[in-house]
Write a protein that binds this ligand. Sequence first.
Ligand SMILES: [Zn+2]
Length: 270
Amino acid sequence: MCDKSHGDIAQIVADSGAVGADLLIAEQVTELVTANHILYAQGVVDAFGHVSVRHATRGDCFLMARNMAPGLVTEQDIIAFDLDCRPMNADGRSVYLERFIHGEIYKARPEVMAVVHSHSPSVVPFGVIKQSPFRAVCHMAAFVGVQPPIFDIRDVAGDGTDLLITDQALGAALAGTLGTNAVVLMRGHGSTAVGDSLRHAVFRAVYTEINARTQAQASQLGEIIFLSEAETRAAALSTEGQSDRAWNLWKRTAQSVHLSLLQQALLTEQ
Ligand SMILES: [Zn+2]
């Protein structure tokens, strides 16, 4: 495990001893900032929600922004965490309450390289309605599958919680419900998507929201013909490798949205 309690990301990289690690981590930090901006521009996160990536050369650490709105994240806001979610270079900055979602999934799923947690608005209804189970309705969201799990915090911590994943035990329970799936819904709260890269997890988070929107629209028109299990497997194989194409487009949109936010901030200061 990472045993440093303080220090900066550069030092953590130096500790890894990997050749070219400093370049790798610089690229990761830049991509993580872009991921934050994309998720905001695509309506997956608003002032809340977060995205993380497993450290490029140290699998027992991950990177995530400090506690702030994703749309405003810069490279200076990225903090390294160990898998018990202790910040390694926070230097007094506050961190996300629900960081345990990330740490416990990284522990449970060694192949997962990135995690997105959001309260994306179209997904929340499917976590609270028993009669309308969430499942893949279009090929781009085939990874959703035919029965994505729903985590109910009441099953683990009883009634009266604030529904947030604020410690390791709750994070481990959520990771257990996620199992080997790509996405887990969280009753009365939101959802969490995982991927084998940052781009992959962002792709899944965006298309989880799109699938929810589409399923809700379709349900108003009549009986839905969902993707079958075989179709979800086949479609996932052909669509999931396309995340770079989506990323490159969404990055442009995100840059435009971010520039607009910066301009608004400048106008406010004047
Ligand atoms: Zn949350």
